[in-house]
Design a protein around this ligand. Structure first.
Ligand code: KIV
Length: 293
């Protein structure tokens, strides 16, 4: 097994990740790493750490904008955050998540909105949710030269239909439908597929059946890659943490601690200290005092 390059050098040496890179990683059996980002500094740090794919997820609605679910976020908001991410990340493959109602009404509207992610958002590809019912949209978008990542299993834009944020594909009938959806999306032209909250053995089966890479979230280790919502991984979203999340840090706690320390420093006049203060030459100061006295 080869030793990974040190984090500080990975961004300097690596080439731009493309959809072809992901396909080659699947063929070589190398896991694909994917994370969400919504702003410049996070995208910059992730890109320098060497993540393969950055998704400007519609999870933006929940973890950044504070909504209860992903439905309210708009195309304009997604594009605004996509541009910030594109300014920070130069090597990772950048994917814009198509928000609710930006691709469901007609394939023409879907294609136009997908195009906006590339033209106005600086993204390389788009992601959309749904199975066979999205095949026509996928065909139309890809025929415009825009790579599409599919997303099946728990599709958060359909929570009202699914009855909440619940695991999918747990019965033989539901699992078979997901296998069929995956095959239809591959045939329609998706370059990759997110599998969210499905049984690990089902995700592994789908991964074996497809030649495009699968990216799992709550779908076990048998997928070709993994994605997490970065605010969950960093412990920055305090409302709830799904069972499948591994928390790598407690940024919410750390942020609270830093702000509490700041308030205390202000209240006790420990901040600003000498080193944070702008000085004025004595001669200039005396001249001022002479002037105003
Ligand atoms: O919006 C998002 O963050 C996503 C990931 C969970 C895949 O769709």
């Amino acid at each position: 097994m080869s030793t990974p390059a040190p984090i500080s050098t990975r961004a300097n040496v690596r080439k731009k990740v493309t959809t072809l890179t992901l396909r080659q990683k699947k063929e070589r059996g190398e896991p694909i790493s994917m994370l969400t980002a919504y702003d410049y500094p996070t995208a910059l740090a992730m890109d320098q750490a060497g993540v393969d794919v950055i998704l400007v997820g519609d999870s933006l609605a929940m973890v950044v904008l504070g909504y209860e679910n992903t439905l309210p976020v708009t195309m304009e908001e997604m594009l605004h955050h996509s541009r910030a991410v594109a300014r920070g990340a130069k090597s990772a493959l950048l994917i814009g998540d198509m928000p609710f109602m930006s691709y469901q009404v007609s394939v023409e509207e879907a294609t136009r909105n997908a195009g906006r992610f590339l033209q106005q958002g600086g993204m390389d590809a788009v992601k959309l949710e749904g199975g066979r019912e999205r095949a026509e949209a996928v065909r139309c978008i890809t025929s415009a030269g825009i790579p599409v990542m599919g997303h099946i299993g728990l599709t958060p834009q359909s929570i009202n239909q699914l009855g909440g944020f619940r695991a999918q594909g747990k019965t033989a009938i539901a699992a078979r439908r997901l296998v069929e959806d995956a095959l239809v999306l591959e045939e329609a032209g998706c370059f990759s597929l997110v599998l969210e909250s499905v049984p690990a053995r089902l995700a592994e089966l789908i991964t074996r059946k497809l030649s495009i890479p699968t990216i799992g979230i709550g779908a076990g280790v048998g997928c070709d890659g993994q994605v997490l919502v970065t605010h969950d991984l960093l412990g920055l979203f305090d409302r709830f943490t799904p069972k499948f999340v591994k928390k790598y840090a407690d940024f919410h706690g750390e942020m609270q601690r830093a702000v509490t320390d700041y308030i205390e420093d202000v209240e006790t006049r420990r901040f600003p200290a000498q080193e944070h203060t702008v000085e004025m030459d004595d001669k200039e100061w005396d001249a001022l005092l002479n002037d105003i006295d």
